[in-house]
Design a protein around this ligand. Structure first.
Ligand code: C2E
Ligand code: MG
Ligand code: MG
Ligand code: MG
Length: 288
């Protein structure tokens, strides 16, 4: 009987869907509880100007210390947080925590915070940023917001307004994962960026792959002609650094210089990361 087969098939399909949907709903609920109970944390990864041998600052990277599953990386929960809207309170928590943390550091150190497309599209970001700066006492020039090309393209007019408002506060804006989106050149021309973060996909094979090298050169040339600094993401080896150096890139971030770490690991209490920045083994080799 065809009908019952169809019914059974539909029920089976529904059951599978239910299960996936339930898992996601559970995860979303756990995220909400974790935010209330303080199970999210920020790790910080050093950004260096290797030409001058100096630390520029740190990027805040979100971590979820799940009560039973352990540490969960943002790529596994940020998309769900965006779909459910939880990224709004979570993103505000990130901004507040990162600014409060950086306010305790050496004042030469900047702090970079990732901003989601949903935050760009749904809240008055300049107002939130102004409020957080006021509450934490962080100097605006020390804050940089990282926005991906994709996020901007998804919210063009709102993104443009938000970015102008943010920059009017004296806060800088970086375009994250540059080269992985689709309207790179037009985006750069229209939107007021202070820095380009060249995606690590182009750094990975830099020493061996001619195409990666060509793209890196093109982005550096673009940065020079538009007067925007270029920071290379995901630098892991001395060879990659040597190529970047030879091509005139001066700023980088990656495991070669330091892994993202909890604030306590960045510096002895009170000293701020600048004091210990030269100390971690990876940075010692990378900075000289
Ligand atoms: P992203 O902003 O491009 O951050 C850089 C990512 O590359 C981080 O992954 C970092 O740990 C990793 N990384 C750094 N150096 C190296 C390297 O040398 N080699 C390799 N293979 N990887 C390196 P993470 O922490 O897992 O974050 C992944 C993405 O999640 C971030 O990419 C960002 O898009 C998003 N994210 C992280 N924190 C936040 C946040 O607070 N808010 C929002 N909206 N998104 C966040
Ligand atoms: Mg980033
Ligand atoms: Mg990136
Ligand atoms: Mg990324």
């Amino acid at each position: 009987r065809a009908k019952s087969d169809v019914t059974r098939a539909v029920c089976y399909y529904d059951a599978t869907m239910d299960e996936a949907a339930r898992a996601r709903r559970d995860l979303a609920a756990e995220m909400r509880t974790s935010l209330e109970e303080g199970h999210f944390a920020l790790h910080y990864q050093v950004q260096t100007d290797f030409e001058r041998g100096e630390i520029i600052g740190y990027e805040a990277l979100l971590r979820w210390n799940h009560p039973t599953r352990g540490l969960i990386e943002p790529t596994e929960f940020v998309p769900l947080a965006e779909e459910t809207g939880l990224i709004l309170p979570l993103g505000e928590w990130v901004l507040r925590s990162a600014c409060a943390e950086a306010a305790r550091w050496d004042p030469r150190m900047s702090i970079a915070v990732n901003i989601s497309a949903v935050q760009l599209g749904h809240i008055d970001l300049p107002r939130l940023v102004a409020e957080v700066l006021r509450d934490t006492g962080l100097a605006p020039a020390r804050l940089e917001l990282e926005i991906t090309e994709t996020a901007i393209i998804r919210n063009r007019s709102k993104a443009l307004r938000a970015m102008e408002g943010i920059r009017a506060l004296g806060v800088t804006v970086a375009i994250d994962d540059f080269g992985t989106g689709y309207s790179s050149l037009a985006t750069l021309r229209t939107f007021p960026f202070d820095r380009i973060k060249l995606d690590r996909a182009f750094i990975r094979d830099l020493a061996t792959d001619q195409q990666s090298l060509a793209i890196m050169r093109a982005v550096l040339a673009l940065g020079r002609s538009l007067n925007i600094r270029v920071l290379a993401e995901g630098v892991e080896t001395r060879d990659q650094l040597a190529v970047l150096q030879a091509e005139g890139c001066t700023q980088a971030q990656g495991f070669y210089f330091g892994y993202p770490s909890a604030p306590a690991q960045l510096a002895p209490a009170g000293a701020g990361p600048a004091a210990s920045a030269a100390a971690p083994p990876a940075a010692a080799g990378g900075l000289n």
